[in-house]
Design a protein around this ligand. Structure first.
Ligand SMILES: *[C@@H]1O[C@H](CO)[C@@H](O)[C@H](O)[C@H]1NC(C)=O
Ligand SMILES: *[C@@H]1O[C@H](CO)[C@@H](O)[C@H](O)[C@H]1NC(C)=O
Length: 147
């Protein structure tokens, strides 16, 4: 009896997790997500890279801090980053959390800045070389500011 109750409760917990996983509204458009994925990894399996001590993993090259900020979905950082569905969910959650930061707009340019530069990056596209470089790659790939 107790076992049945416990099983039922854990099943409900699982279901409500799945449900909240599915019900969160996307804030970043498909086009912009495709751009972020292409620029980060060509949207292929990339694993982790270590650029001068900055470790980023998976389809969107997500750092561990980013993963924690997106709510640590899935089993762990690297596994989630290498799973396109989980990584996509993480990016959407991260943007939902930070898109109201100062100087951010609800557009692809701001999402790119947040993605690459973190919560305070909006507004620095002109003053930061690496943010400008990242947006340059996005623009060159045909990604539009307002997509
Ligand atoms: C992303 O890459 C795919 C495959 O290379 C390409 O078809 C698509 O146009 C690219 N999209 C963007 C927005 O860069
Ligand atoms: C990442 O690279 C730095 C040097 O740039 C090195 O000190 C560090 O150990 C590397 N980390 C991993 C996990 O490979």
């Amino acid at each position: 009896m107790l076992a049945t109750v416990t099983t039922t409760i854990s099943l409900l917990t699982v279901l409500s997790c799945v449900e909240s996983y599915l019900l969160q509204p996307d804030v970043v458009s498909q086009d912009c997500m495709q751009c972020l994925c292409n620029i980060s990894s060509w949207c292929t399996f990339k694993g982790c890279t270590n650029v001068t001590g900055f470790i980023a993993c998976g389809y969107y090259q997500i750092s561990q801090d980013y993963y924690v900020d997106c709510g640590s979905p899935g089993s762990d950082w690297k596994t989630c980053a290498d799973d396109l569905n989980c990584a996509t969910y993480c990016v959407q959650s991260y943007m939902r959390r930070y898109r109201n930061q100062p100087h951010c707009h609800y557009n692809c340019l701001s999402y790119a800045m947040l993605h690459k530069g973190g919560p305070s990056a909006c507004g620095h596209v002109d003053s930061s070389n690496y943010l400008a470089h990242f947006w340059g790659l996005m623009a060159k790939a045909g990604c539009h500011e307002n997509s």
